[in-house]
Design a protein around this ligand. Structure first.
Ligand SMILES: CC(C)(COP(=O)(O)OP(=O)(O)OC[C@H]1O[C@@H](n2cnc3c(N)ncnc32)[C@H](O)[C@@H]1OP(=O)(O)O)[C@@H](O)C(=O)NCCC(=O)NCCS
Length: 162
């Protein structure tokens, strides 16, 4: 593990859109959300979008979640998380996810849900380290032969965490 990077977590602003899209493209390539989809997510009042800013003012990473209802229950769906390769394995994603979980819980979400490619080892380790359970497989979710796990986490304890 490299040294921890100094960063602060702040809410995303619409003016960050292009920088976020560049990072999304760098992290997901052909699977990246388009700039329009990111913009729609950022403008949605149910969304919570957070960025990690380094001491030098760079965006080290961002996460977007949205409050949704699943079978009548308020659930936070994680749409995307990207960390600049320059700042990986230094706790940026974990800090972003923890803050997002807290904000979702504070808005009444009882659970967080997400999908993750079965071969995305760094992401699987991230979610495992945060206590997500992998509850099922979604075959061909990202295209033919590209399967995903569905994952979930109860959020009640997040509120208690300082
Ligand atoms: C997945 C991703 C967001 C992780 O970001 P990160 O800032 O490097 O992750 P963190 O430093 O916060 O690490 C969180 C945990 O995951 C583990 N981890 C992260 N990357 C890892 C890797 N490459 N190999 C092994 N473990 C890894 C860390 O060790 C840490 O576990 P710990 O707290 O138990 O030590 C980043 O690799 C990324 O942006 N990938 C491309 C986009 C992507 O795949 N997003 C997820 C889509 S579902």
């Amino acid at each position: 593990m490299k040294d921890e990077v100094e960063f602060v977590i702040k809410g995303v602003e619409i003016g960050d859109l292009k920088a976020l899209h560049r990072l999304e493209l760098e992290c997901f390539g052909r699977d990246a959300y388009s700039e329009l989809v990111l913009k729609l997510l950022l403008m949605d009042s149910r969304s919570i979008a957070l960025k990690a800013i380094t001491g030098g003012g760079s965006i080290a990473g961002f996460v977007i979640g949205r409050l949704e209802r699943v079978e009548g229950r308020p659930v936070g769906r994680i749409y995307t998380i990207s960390v600049d390769p320059l700042f990986r394995k230094r706790g940026v994603a974990k800090a972003l996810m923890r803050r997002l979980e807290d904000e979702l819980a504070a808005r009444g979400c009882v659970e967080a849900v997400l999908e993750v490619a079965v071969d995305n080892y760094p992401a699987l380790k991230l979610y495992e380290s945060l206590g997500f359970e992998f509850t099922g497989i979604l075959r061909n979710y990202y295209g033919p032969g590209r399967h995903a796990y569905r994952a979930r986490k109860t959020l009640s304890e997040s509120i208690i965490r300082s």
